[in-house]
Design a protein around this ligand. Structure first.
Ligand SMILES: [Zn+2]
Length: 383
């Protein structure tokens, strides 16, 4: 069994997990599933190669004393406060293990002729030189309105006609759940993809003769997942990601989802309405769900549900889910049946999440946490 779940790298923006728990949905879902598989702990993955990160660093008053990498790592550490840091650590998309693997994969793809370094026309900001891409639009780095066409040596993928960028086999899910609309949307990219970008931070392509350019972060985040999987000798990493995010990155990752027998697949999840805390608070009172059980509902059950309800959980679904959760919790067996756990692991390995809506199976899966009791339930061992 070598499936592990790894979160699609989260953009290291200005937020904390306590403020924006929805950002951690993929991390939490991966953690819950790995625990059921007996795998891990795996690192939490973060995406630091962002234009917004470049701008924050440039504008920071302490930019002369704090390096960019240091700033990113400090911001990631602060995300978890006041909670504990992740047991499995964190991995960024520029970590040495990721950069090494990225260069190895890119060199191999260049040798195979899948990727090319060629002079190509791109739009460059007339003021700051930021490469805005193939199409002219205002510069997102400095806000300047005017770009000019320039010819630059770039890393490109000229996709052969009719090459799918995302197929059914790239999804870690049971057969009945193919999102055909997603496969269609992901395909909607230019036939030539530019895989090199101008960024202050990233995986430098200078060793390939592309001075001043970095690998497109949408490719890099797939490589970060492969690097994390390699550390855990897992050949079948499932990357938790929303459908929107998958649609945005799938084309850029098409050549970077496989390496030396390891194959990355996407485990799609929907959004969780965490922002509706007032409603949740009231619901918990009505249904007599105490703080520990509420916490487990938020950080364990809802992330697992989000892999099943891929269109996104709506606030209107919360009351029913909370009632269901409470009933499942009351149905927990004293000791989980071993054949039930084996069956559960088979399903998690196959990406089949229907079990999360089955009260008996869910009851078997609920982790034993000290102090997790319903408000009106007898404490464990009291009877
Ligand atoms: Zn500019």
């Amino acid at each position: 069994m070598n499936v592990v779940y790894i979160n699609g790298p989260v953009q290291n923006g200005p937020f904390t997990i306590a403020d924006r728990p929805g950002k951690a949905a993929g991390i939490r879902a991966a953690q819950a599933l790995n625990a059921l598989l007996g795998a891990g702990p795996l690192p939490h993955l973060w995406n630091t190669v962002t234009l917004a990160g470049d701008l924050r660093h440039r504008e920071a008053p302490d930019r002369d004393t704090v390096g960019r990498q240091e700033r990113e790592l400090g911001a990631i550490a602060a995300k978890y406060e006041p909670g504990p840091a992740p047991v499995g650590g964190v991995l960024t998309d520029t970590a040495p293990a990721v950069a090494d693997l990225a260069l190895e994969m890119t060199e191999r793809l260049l040798l195979q002729g899948s990727l090319m370094v060629i002079p190509a026309a791109v739009q460059i900001c007339a003021r700051c030189g930021h490469m805005t891409g193939a199409v002219a639009h205002a510069c997102q780095a400095c806000g300047h309105q005017r770009t000019r066409t320039a010819t630059r040596r770039l890393l490109v993928w000229d996709r052969p006609p009719d090459t799918p960028v995302l197929a059914r086999e790239d999804l870690h899910a049971h057969q009945a759940r193919t999102p055909h609309h997603l496969l269609t949307i992901a395909q909607n990219v230019p036939q030539r993809l530019i895989l090199s970008r101008t960024r202050d931070l990233g995986i430098s392509l200078a060793p390939l003769g592309l001075e001043g350019l970095v690998l497109d972060p949408r490719a890099g985040l797939h490589i970060a997942v492969l690097a994390a999987a390699a550390c855990h000798r897992a050949e079948r990493p499932a990357m938790t990601v929303t459908e929107n995010a998958a649609a945005n990155v799938a084309a850029y990752g098409a050549l970077f989802r496989q390496h030396d027998g390891t194959r990355l697949r996407y485990a799609l999840h929907g959004r969780i309405p965490y922002d509706d805390t007032a409603t949740l608070q009231r619901l918990c009172e009505v249904h007599r769900v105490g703080p520990p059980l509420r916490e487990l509902f938020l950080t364990w059950f809802l992330p697992l549900c989000s892999l099943h309800i891929r269109a996104g959980i709506t606030p209107a679904q919360l009351p029913a889910l909370l009632k269901f959760w409470r009933r499942a919790h009351l149905a927990r067996p004293d000791a989980p049946a071993s054949d039930a756990l084996t069956e559960l692991r088979h399903r998690v390995t196959a990406g089949d999440m229907r079990w999360v809506m089955n009260i008996q199976t869910l009851a078997q899966a609920i982790p034993k946490s000290p102090g997790i009791h319903g408000a009106d339930e007898e404490p464990e061992g009291a009877s």
